[in-house]
Design a protein around this ligand. Structure first.
Ligand code: NAD
Length: 253
């Protein structure tokens, strides 16, 4: 891997990754807005336009696909254009340009309705009484999808179209069900974050290892080594040596 396209590269995670990966890779970004937190090359364009994605992904070895509307409550029209049609454009442009791998920013909201059930419901509300964090049954990649919103649906769909392009066109696909990445990198602002937080260092590690390791099609959870985490990371530890270094508990006041 040498040249990498990052879609949504002007956003929070895109900026982190630009700064983390810039010494090792030749980076190009595609975004509707200019970056303010990094100085890597950015093509101003719209992922909703296939031609824009084709131009941006020319001669790329891999695409890190982050561009999306990110509010869980986003309405259908916005999700359709920026997440659903755009993700198809990313895979289609990858096929046309012979890009070997796509790393897709999926989301925990693809399985968000598990948080209506015990013990996850209690954990995200901080009601820990009677719970042993070591014995929480982890949600892994084998559970049924349970999207909690149109946004969550768009992320499940992104994983599905990744599978289609992998099996049919041999484009490798790593789907990261990201937890909570915060601008401040401080999880103490919400009780839920003590379970769901993914630190800046850990997302950077997770994406870099997804690039380096030779994987075919994978779904991994993106979460730090939080005491109250309830998503599986054993699979990514085994397959790409993901070893998160942060734990939200250290921020509890
Ligand atoms: N931050 C989190 O906690 C979190 C959690 C789960 C998943 N994710 C996913 O990770 C990705 C990045 O998230 P983020 O927090 O950096 O979000 P962000 O909003 O900071 O960045 C998204 C970027 O995508 C760009 N974009 C949106 N629509 C576009 C389009 N049609 N064409 C080109 N660019 C477009 C935006 O301009 C923005 O710069 C998203 O796909 C998000 O769903 C983030």
């Amino acid at each position: 891997m040498n040249k990498i396209l990052i879609t949504g590269g002007s956003g929070l995670i895109g900026s982190l990754l630009n700064n983390h990966l810039k010494e090792k890779y030749n980076l190009i970004n595609l975004d509707i807005k200019k970056p303010t937190n990094h100085s890597q090359d950015t093509i101003i364009g719209n992922m909703n336009v296939l031609e824009d994605v084709k131009i941006a992904s020319k001669s790329a070895d891999a695409i890190i696909h982050l561009g999306a509307v990110i509010n869980v409550d986003s309405d259908w029209e916005l999700v359709l254009k920026n997440n659903i049609e755009s993700t198809r454009n990313v895979y289609e442009a990858a096929k046309i340009n012979g890009v070997k791998k796509v790393i897709f920013a999926s989301s925990n909201h693809a399985v968000g309705l598990f948080e209506n059930d015990s013990p996850y419901k209690e954990i995200v509300e901080g009601k820990y009484e009677g719970l042993d964090p070591k014995n929480i049954k982890k949600i892994d990649k084998n559970v049924p999808i349970r999207p909690d919103s149109y946004y969550g649906v768009s992320k499940s769909y992104g994983e599905a179209i990744g599978r289609y392009y992998y099996e049919t066109f041999n484009i490798k696909s790593v789907n990261l069900r990201i937890g909570t990445v915060l601008n401040s990198d401080d999880p103490s602002t919400s009780i839920r974050h003590f379970a769901t937080w993914l630190s800046h260092r850990d997302i950077s590690q997770l994406v870099e290892k997804s690039i380096i390791h030779n994987v075919e099609f994978e779904i991994f959870y993106g979460v730090s080594n939080n005491k109250w985490r309830f998503w599986d990371i054993e699979d990514s530890q085994k397959k790409i040596s993901y070893m998160p270094v942060d734990n939200a508990e250290e921020y509890r006041k």
